[in-house]
Design a protein around this ligand. Structure first.
Ligand SMILES: [Zn+2]
Ligand SMILES: [Zn+2]
Length: 324
């Protein structure tokens, strides 16, 4: 797949001089995958062009870091490595102590924990580094590493974003189907039916998109997972669906739906905004918008039902934040 490179003139830091050598180095860097040391990059560059000095490569790497094209990572080897930061969300690393290869992942559960701990200590985190050292599969088993193991591409990222969006749609479809089945109020039931139909339709669209994505790369399906959104993948609506089983009334069913949609909207918006421009980002932001529309629909339905049931004052408190 062709990767669109960043607009260097826009990424140029203030006072930065634009030279063809620099462009050459940046282009070579962007063609590489994984985590390169400065010396790795020097070797690759010098193979292409003997005239470029080590100092120029070093200087350009630092410039790329300042310009947001590269990110410096420290795997505890006594030297830095550099990875792409353009179109790559911040992530965590598994690092093999034996072969020094590294494997990337991102986990919403780890991030939620970091936030929880920081929040409890009134600490404002600015950066978190999670590095897991150990032995990789190929070093452990002696089997050669598959080329699909290293790095992650835009495609893997989009694949994982679609997987979690699909899992959320599935749990949403189950939730709304069940809610429609147990709601006694005819209008409330029709709202749930409408939402179930929409989730079903979105699910179809997402699955089609997933199929199209897989068609671009026959190995895509078997590449290791990059985005670990464990809690979110099964939990955004699954918890709500389980609650419906306990036996709830129409208003409670709407409230549970509101809670699920709000959680889902926030989740996709938050990660979508954090990701660099990519297919994965677009999938998340589009999905966040859809969830927002569902949320609005449920809230207005909740209010209308409360009005019909003439329980207005108590209900307002439940939807809006209580005011002092
Ligand atoms: Zn290894
Ligand atoms: Zn990395």
């Amino acid at each position: 797949m062709a990767t669109a490179f960043p607009d260097f003139s826009r990424l140029k830091p203030e006072g930065g001089k634009r030279s063809s050598k620099r462009e050459q180095i940046v282009n070579v860097f962007l063609r590489q995958e994984g985590h390169l040391s400065a010396d790795d990059l020097v070797d690759i560059i010098r193979r292409e062009d003997q005239r470029i000095s080590r100092a120029t490569v070093y200087r350009t790497l630092q410039w790329m870091v300042d310009a947001g094209i590269a990110r410096k990572v420290d795997f505890g080897e006594g030297r830095f490595r550099f990875e792409h930061s353009y179109r790559q969300p911040r992530h965590f690393h598994l690092i093999c102590k034996n072969c020094h290869r590294s494997f990337e992942f991102l986990s919403s559960d780890i991030e939620a924990l970091i936030e929880e701990v920081s929040g409890a200590r009134a600490f404002t985190p600015s950066q978190s580094v999670v590095q897991i050292y150990g032995t990789c599969e190929s070093c452990r088993t002696g089997r050669p590493a598959s080329p699909t193991d290293s790095g992650h591409t835009d495609l893997v990222f989009a694949r994982d974003a679609l997987r979690i969006a699909i899992a959320t749609e599935r749990s949403g479809l189950e939730f709304y189907t069940r809610a429609a089945g147990l709601t006694k109020d005819a209008r409330g039931r029709s709202v749930f039916e409408r939402l179930a139909a929409e989730e079903g339709e979105h699910l179809g669209t997402l699955e089609k998109r997933y199929g199209e994505l897989l068609a671009k790369d026959p190995q895509l399906e078997s590449k290791p997972t990059f985005l670990f959104f464990k809690g979110a993948a099964s939990g955004l609506f699954a918890e709500g669906a389980a609650k419906l089983r306990e036996g709830v009334n129409d208003l409670q069913a709407l409230l549970i739906g509101i809670k699920c949609e709000r959680g889902s909207h926030k989740f996709f918006k938050r990660y979508g905004e954090r990701f660099e421009d990519s297919e994965g980002k677009r999938i998340f932001l589009e999905f966040a918008d859809e969830e927002r529309a569902h949320l609005d629909l449920l809230i207005s339905e909740y209010r209308a039902l409360v009005e019909r049931q003439n329980q207005r004052p108590a209900a307002r408190v439940a939807v809006a934040k209580p005011r002092r």
